[in-house]
Design a protein around this ligand. Sequence first.
Ligand SMILES: [Zn+2]
Length: 92
Amino acid sequence: MADDKTVTCPDCKGEGVSRGYACPGFKPVEIPCLRCKGAKTVPEEMLQWIKNGAAMTEKRRAAKIPLREEAKRLGIPASQLTDMEMGMVKND
Ligand SMILES: [Zn+2]
């Protein structure tokens, strides 16, 4: 079972926070990392999801299919397809 293996979160590099700029005022803010939710680590298999998602995005862009259209074709909400392309969820 490799399911409980974790690796350092590739988005926040193990910091657990994501830095951004909030409107109004463009003040620097730190929010819990969206990928690991502040846990600093992610399941090892998520690295594969990120690869799968990048391949999905590339394929869709090469075919010039808007995300919403592709989601419709797959019969899933656009938000779910976004998560899949970001590698936030299992996507193989
Ligand atoms: Zn993270």
